[in-house]
Design a protein around this ligand. Structure first.
Ligand code: OAD
Length: 253
């Protein structure tokens, strides 16, 4: 048996044995749907654009038209692609765990909504969502589907502007998402990191925190990350291929 298939079987066994699983995902899980990641040296958003000019409140205040256009473009990309087998496998695993009276908490740094479209429930959106926007004056939230993108930026009824409900660099993460994440990490016996470079805090430290609490750890990622050397099992490759293989090993789906 190759190392890869031994590791795959080990990971499947760890998942079968776990009563409380936390999965943390990043942009890599949506890559096979056709959405760019952030740090890919050729295709990543941050290899083409300066995050300080697009993903901060200062950037929005300085050039709200540019920032609104960029997030509207990202929304149309997310809307026009489909969840991939990785998203569907995570949703199926979550359903399976619930049927066994066990739990799987899904925490994502992604704002694209693809986990939900694949059927995942109660997704903790750590960095917010591109599908809801809010007024800069009142904070009132509006589903993007109710907004008209005739003008950029989009004026709000209260005289402010509409901005995406995304966490920009320098902003606080949503309190409820943080509390749910830390609660789940304190209780989990298995933590799985999928498709994230583990470079943006606080998510970057989640795996270490769960490990410190005694959880077993798995990483599924195309490239090595700072977590690769500290996890119990590292599976290197595309999550859209590896996750269905794990499900197959578990006899799910
Ligand atoms: P990154 O772009 O930093 O990392 C994506 C990771 O996914 C990399 O480690 C890739 O090797 C891996 N990857 C790529 N394709 C994959 C595939 N098919 N299967 C598995 N892994 C694959 O994205 P994030 O870690 O999500 O925040 O970035 C974290 C945050 O930084 C984002 O939420 C965003 C960004 O700036 C904000 O915009 C606030």
């Amino acid at each position: 048996m190759t190392d890869a298939s031994t590791n795959l079987k080990r990971a499947a066994q760890m998942i079968a044995d776990a009563r409380s699983v936390v999965i943390l995902t990043g942009a890599g899980v949506s890559a096979e749907s056709g959405l760019a990641t952030f740090r890919d040296p050729e295709e990543g958003h941050w290899s083409k654009y300066d995050p300080m000019q697009l993903a901060t409140l200062d950037a929005f205040n300085a050039d709200p038209e540019l920032v609104t256009r960029w997030y509207h473009w990202r929304f149309t990309r997310a809307r026009d692609v489909q969840p991939n087998p990785g998203h569907f496998a995570i949703a199926a695993l979550q359903k399976h765990k619930a049927e066994q009276a066990q739990s799987l908490t899904l925490i994502t740094q992604n704002v694209d909504g693809l986990h939900q479209r694949a059927g995942a429930a109660d997704v903790v959106e750590l960095h917010g969502t591109i599908h809801t926007w809010r007024c800069t004056t009142t904070g009132k939230e509006t589903p993007l589907s109710e907004l008209s993108f005739d003008t950029f930026p989009i004026p709000s009824a209260a005289g402010g502007l509409m901005r995406p409900c995304i966490v920009w660099f320098g902003e606080m993460l949503p309190q409820e998402a943080l509390e749910r994440s830390f609660g789940a990490m304190a209780e989990c016996d298995l933590f799985i990191s999928i498709g994230t470079s583990a470079t943006v805090e606080p998510a970057a430290s989640f795996l270490l925190a769960a490990k410190g609490n005694g959880a077993a750890t798995i990483e599924i990622n195309r490239d090595p990350t700072p977590n690769t050397s500290i996890v119990d099992v590292a599976l290197q490759g595309p999550s859209g291929s590896i996750l269905p293989l794990i499900l197959n090993e578990l006899g799910i789906g």
